[in-house]
Design a protein around this ligand. Structure first.
Ligand SMILES: NC(=O)c1ccc[n+]([C@@H]2O[C@H](COP(=O)([O-])OP(=O)(O)OC[C@H]3O[C@@H](n4cnc5c(N)ncnc54)[C@H](O)[C@@H]3O)[C@@H](O)[C@H]2O)c1
Length: 317
């Protein structure tokens, strides 16, 4: 039976991953941690601890206290916030990761941390970006993610830590607000469409980026963690994606359900520059062949589900 500790557990991914892991492995088997106290009851069905990932001693103390054998390290500064606070991003994204990897090494825990499509840069092939390719990102977040992939590889080769990782695209979900990424518009658009019937997008209409719905992201993490280690040739950086879409595509799809929805554009140069440096679409063939990655949601069925769940969650009408 796994004993999992999750860092950054109150974030967009962590809040849903904690609930999913508790469903599968048992409520007491999953220790949620974050730098802040939870505001609601969402994660109150199992252990929660305040843990600043910059504090390596505390990290090790909790991992030993709960006899943890798997660490899912999610605490990080996301792309848009990192671009506005590059030094803070370097410190949290690198020192926090190193503490998490060192703790895993010391207690021989399995380890997972997400990379991102941000690990690619303007010189990377833009379409159907291969699993193994040129990675020269021009954002602080991207530099952190490439270094993170390499550090995770290093801990596997040098110390035998069972490290695993995914290059996530923009993740779309409705339970917890996103934490300052470049693809946050793809969540805001659904909320604003239902609330106000209009949305002003900060990326240009034709900006293609990869996206994935949260249930597919959670399944990908859990499937990768359960996969046979010997099959994982690209263990710390699998490309995963479910769709390549533009803001214009989202608007059209939403208009099928809400015909009066209006979208206009007011481009934010910082986030547009980040988005323009990322691929239009990535190739997830390695994830599919090495551990069976198979997303269930495309733009059409995700849109139906998002609109339905958001309507249930809030009373817009
Ligand atoms: N959400 C996405 O679309 C996406 C896409 C690609 C990769 N990722 C990666 O997935 C991971 C999690 O992303 P997310 O969207 O859940 O982020 P988020 O911003 O929603 O959550 C991050 C959490 O980390 C916590 N945190 C911040 N500083 C901390 C510290 N010093 N110690 C402990 N906790 C701290 C925050 O309180 C927050 O709850 C990150 O590594 C991110 O780069 C996310």
């Amino acid at each position: 039976m796994k004993r999992i500790l999750i860092t950054g557990a109150l974030g967009q991914i962590g809040s849903e991953l904690t609930m999913k892991c508790r469903e599968i492995y048992g409520e007491d088997q999953v220790i949620a941690t974050d730098i802040r106290q939870p505001k609601d009851e969402k994660l109150s069905n199992g252990p929660f601890e305040i843990l600043d990932v910059m504090d390596g001693n505390k990290f090790l103390e909790y991992v030993k206290k709960y006899r943890v054998d798997s660490i899912l390290h999610l605490a990080a500064l996301l792309s848009a916030t990192a671009e506005n606070h590059p030094l803070k991003a370097w410190k949290l994204n690198m020192d926090g990761l190193l503490n998490a990897l060192e703790t895993s090494r010391l207690v021989k825990a399995q380890f997972f941390t997400p990379s991102s499509i941000g690990a690619f840069g303007p010189s990377t092939p833009k379409n159907n970006t291969p699993q193994v390719t040129l990675q020269r990102p021009t954002t602080m977040y991207g530099i952190n993610k490439v270094a993170g992939e390499l550090l995770s590889d290093y801990y596997f080769y040098k110390y035998g830590v069972d490290t695993r990782g995914l290059r996530f695209p923009g993740l779309i979900s409705y339970l917890t607000p996103p934490g300052g990424g470049t693809t946050d518009y793809a969540i805001e658009i659904y909320e604003e469409a239902l609330k106000n019937g209009r949305y002003t997008c900060y990326l240009a209409k034709g900006t293609s980026l990869d996206m994935m719905y949260m249930p597919d992201a959670l399944a990908a993490i859990l499937d990768l963690m359960e996969a046979e280690s010997s099959k994982l040739k690209h263990r710390n950086s699998y490309n995963v994606t479910a769709m390549s879409v533009t803001p214009g595509d989202f608007a059209k799809e939403i208009q099928k359900h809400l015909p009066h929805f209006v979208m206009d554009y007011n481009v934010d140069p910082v986030r547009q520059r980040i988005a323009d440096s990322w691929p239009n679409s990535i190739d997830a063939a390695a994830a599919k062949s090495e551990w069976g990655f198979k997303p269930a949601y495309d733009l059409e069925n995700m849109t139906i589900d998002m609109l339905e769940k958001l309507t249930k969650q809030n009373s817009y009408f």
